[in-house]
Design a protein around this ligand. Sequence first.
Ligand code: SF4
Length: 484
Amino acid sequence: MQLITKNIFINTAFCSTLGWRLRNEKIRTGFSPGQLFRMEQGKEIGRLARSLYPDGIFVNELSSEAATKRTRDLLKKPQTRVLFEATFLAGNYIAKADILVRDAKSWELIEVKSSVVAKEEFIDDMAYTTLVAQAAGFFPSAISLVLIDKNYRYGMPIEKLFVKTNFTEQVIEKVNTFQTIVDFIDSVSSTPDEPEPQLTYNCRQCGEFSECPGKEIKSHIFQIPGIQQKAVEKLIASGITSIHEIPDSFSLTDNQKRVVDCIKCGKMQIDPDLLKKLATISWPAFYLDFETMMTAIPLWPDIAPYEQIPVQYSLHICGSTGKIIRHRDYLADPHRDCRRELAERLIEDLKGEGSIITYSSFEKTTISKLSTTFSDLFDELQSLIDRIVDLEQCIKCVNHPEFCGRTSIKIVLPVLVPDLSYEGLEIADGYTALMTFAMMAQGKMDTGEMERKRAALLEYCKMDTLAMVRLHEVLHGFLPGRSE
Ligand code: SF4
């Protein structure tokens, strides 16, 4: 059985079954390309943070025992100033500290995160490392969190990339809480048999849900949009796990009630407002979708860490519902900042009077941001915003039992346009598109792969606008006097 790592500890505190499966290696830990990309970015940030301590010593022994022994030996030497990945072992618990820096009193323990905002989970991470270090007899005098400074810009010296904050007080408070569950975590995750899974609010965000008893339940209560913990607990306590079992008297918001009623009756409902909303569209209509990219470390001037910048768009132009006149697209050169070029091409391609149809408010926000970045294009870009109609707002007039209150294009398309699918596309979601372009821009692809990925990006974005054209056509068919 594995030693208890930070991941096992935190997950066992979340759910005993989950912790047991992790410790007993029952969970397949494959990573999606998106997760791998995030991990790569995290590693790069860690490497840059370490580069600020040129006299740091890396504890890179592979076995836990050897790494622990080396850490102990190095900590004893007065000439050791900085340690990376110092390893602590206490009973069945193991932890690694990203960076230890000797200070006047003792040592400062530093956790490095590739994020621009401090999250509660980071306190948990630091508290776990401190808990194990203390149990192994090492008491840091300060505990700090290093994050990416959102004010960093391309070309600044690397020390400006980071901002360090002392969290000693909050971490020690959390360590005291963790101490009360140390024995429980060890015993519950080492029982011969898996602890019986208990359906709780936590299951809602658990990757193991499909492997737990809840998987058999049709129309699960977790499908209710925005359902609060209290409501879930109340339903579970009454033995209710399916939407079909919820009594009419149960308190829900208007939107939740609308979704629940629709699932219960199993029939699609159309809000009469759909007619009014679709009537605001004028022809020819320009169906527009952007793709963006972002990186932790900006690649070009005047871009903040993790700033989403547009790099691609697709445009289907229709003369009337479903009648495509032409298609236009744009995909930036990944070796330079093409925002200006994209904005100018967009203005050119959207010339005319008709509505610009988007799906969500993202395109509006993106054009607005471009208009403030390029002030000489402000008026032209703002006039595009005036023409935008958000098709998602029209879809919200359709309440379908299979939507479960959601309206993302990936949910509604297979229900309303079953013959059109993202299946089989090399790039089939926005995050993969973002990550693919970022990898090209970071120079992580050879020319052959880049050509293939560019074609896949164009195909994916084109599919998004084609999906909008087809969804609009279906909505049009729902109007009174039209055949469905
Ligand atoms: S789905 Fe629920 S019970 Fe199952 S492992 Fe996850 S949190 Fe635990």
